[in-house]
Design a protein around this ligand. Structure first.
Ligand code: UN1
Length: 498
């Protein structure tokens, strides 16, 4: 039996939990059990399922501090952000508890007399939900809550780096009244998860796959699922641009760029990728940014710091690989070193013991050009690239041309620039005078191009992920009325002129 030790990235000697890793057969078995439980769950009236979601919301609220502390302990984001991560679960419960009493279908007029048309939302069946470690509470809840509310059962495969948070969340859902087999959590590694998924697809026990993670893995999952005439809900990477126009409020932009670039140690899919600064304010704003980052506190995530450790040593290793993409024409700013923070490679003002955990220096790489590998590489760590532009059209092109399209932001005070940006930028989520990260839990969340296949989470939009439209036509005329053929024509005069 293989196991995985989930370590506290602030203090690697603290083992949060040692968890059993599921085999492909165990994943397929979980899908069979979840499938068997789904029909009875779907039979429960949607308002009653909404009550269960309401119970879950209250339990998440009552356990907010404890769960947030676990989030910080297991994945390392600062406590204030962990509270936000859990708050997003509560917000999602708040939204969907009411959806149980709506879940509207439509009544549609028929072209025939004495005939009525209707639409109904049908659950898809059993969903396999595969999520990442950076938002161990919020992002899974964006899938699990609407999937359950709409009458689906769920097999959840959380990140192997956050099994304790997953276990706590699953226990809360069960305590709220979700039957054990309607939500089954399995911790597994990527390869085994993929094999288990294929078994479930073969057996017809997995009817929807939701995946949040890298573009590379999303492509594999999307292609495989497509063979089974299914479409996956894919929330993938980003290289999110932030554009600073000459008329921007630079102090405001500074706060936005700091949080977007280094919040969650840059490990949000919505984190700032490249900061594009207009020529006229380039030197001034770059200096403001570099000074601010250099003087910000990094370290123990329970203290008042900009960011804590990386999620795990694996994420640190990827960050260190990305640092190799820095070229001689780049200028590196923002810290007293690059790479891992240690006693021998110190960060000025570090809070805590860097050697105990997996901490990385914040790094600004200025002078980025379109030809550079860093222009189009999602770095998923405390690394922000900075480049310059002279027209809004050029900035939009730079913001789009790498092919990612998740989130994008602009700082300006000119409405004309705002609308030019809105129309031209291809990302799914835009911010005006705000960070690329920090989306609210009831707006459509998702991206285009390399960031996703157009599916959207959150709010009313995710209902289309977890339900299929069923149409019904009910003829009570007592005779066969053939659509498009037996219609009554209204007499009219086509040659009429006044
Ligand atoms: C993610 O990084 O996968 O918009 C989700 C944000 C958060 C969610 C990020 N509310 O930054």
């Amino acid at each position: 039996m293989s196991t995985f030790k989930s370590l506290n990235p602030t203090n690697l000697s603290d083992v949060v939990v040692e968890t059993k890793l599921a085999t492909p057969d165990e994943i397929a078995d979980a899908a069979r059990r979840a499938k068997a439980a789904q029909k009875a769950w779907a039979k429960m009236p949607a308002p009653a399922r909404g009550r269960v979601i309401a119970n879950a919301g209250r339990l998440f609220e009552n356990n907010k501090e404890a769960l947030s502390k676990l989030v910080t302990r297991e994945m390392g984001k600062v406590y204030r952000e962990a509270l936000g991560d859990v708050q997003e679960v509560i917000d999602t419960c708040d939204f969907f508890l009411g959806e149980g009493r709506r879940l509207y279908g439509q009544t549609v007029p028929s072209e025939m007399p004495n005939k009525n048309l209707f639409t109904f939302r049908m659950p898809v069946g059993t969903a396999l939900i595969i999520t990442a470690g950076n938002f161990p509470a919020a992002v899974p809840s964006w899938y699990i809550i609407p999937a359950l509310l709409t009458g689906n059962s769920v097999v959840w495969k959380p990140s192997e780096y956050t099994p304790a948070v997953a276990e706590a969340m699953t226990a809360i859902f069960h305590a709220a009244g979700v039957p054990k087999d309607v939500l089954i959590t399995v911790v597994a590694e990527g390869k085994e998860t993929f094999e288990g998924m294929v078994k479930g697809l073969d057996e017809g026990t997995i009817n929807k796959v939701g995946f949040t993670g890298s573009t590379e893995v999303g492509r594999l999952i999307g292609a495989k699922v497509g063979e089974y005439i299914q479409s996956a809900c894919l929330e993938l990477g980003g290289k999110n641009p932030m554009i600073i126009m000459p008329d921007a409020d630079l102090d405001l932009a500074l706060d936005g760029a700091l949080f977007a670039g280094f919040g969650t140690a840059g490990q949000r899919c919505t984190s700032l990728g490249t900061l594009w600064i207009h020529d006229s304010v380039y030197d001034k704003f770059l200096k403001m940014y570099a000074d601010k980052v250099a003087s910000s506190k990094v370290g123990d995530p329970m203290e008042d710091v900009l960011f804590g450790p990386m999620i795990s040593d694996k994420y640190l290793a990827t960050h260190e690989e990305n640092l190799k993409l820095i070229q001689p024409h780049h200028t590196v700013l923002g810290s007293t070193g690059i790479g891992r923070i240690t006693k021998d490679n110190p960060r000025e003002g570090f809070v805590g013991d860097p050697d105990a955990g997996v901490f990385a220096h914040p790094t600004i790489v200025a002078g980025i050009k379109k030809e550079d590998a860093l222009y189009s590489t999602e770095t998923f760590g405390p690394l922000v690239t900075v480049g310059r532009f002279s027209t809004i059209e050029e900035a939009i092109e730079l913001g789009n041309d790498h092919g990612f399209g998740l989130s994008a932001a602009i700082y300006t005070s000119d409405p004309k620039t705002v609308w030019t940006f809105r129309e031209g930028i291809s990302a799914g989520m835009l911010s005006i005078n705000n960070s690329t990260s920090g989306a609210e839990a009831h707006l459509p969340f998702g991206g285009n191009g390399k960031s996703g296949n157009g599916s959207r989470q959150s709010g009313i939009w995710v209902l289309d992920v977890f339900t299929r439209w069923q149409s019904l036509n009910w003829d009570w005329s007592g005779k066969l009325q053939k659509a498009q053929m037996d219609n009554e024509e209204v007499p009219h005069n086509p040659d009429f002129k006044i």
